[in-house]
Design a protein. Sequence first.
Length: 67
Amino acid sequence: MKNREEILNQDYLTANDLRQLIPTMGLGNCLNIIDEVRAEMEKKGYFVPKTKPRIALTKMVKKKLGL
C-alpha cells in the first residue's frame, strides 16, 4: 500500500489511488472524478492513455479536488 506522498507524486492516478487519499469517497464517485478529469484532459489536448484501470493526470485531479 502506497502512502499519501507517493500517490500525490505519481504522474497519473487510478480510482483506487484516489480512494486511498479520500477514504470516505466511494469507488463509484472516484471513477466519476477520474472520468471527468479524462474528459477535461481530452478537451485541453493532453494525451489520454487507454488503460485498464482508467487513469488521469494527478495534477488535474489535485486541482479539481483542491488537494
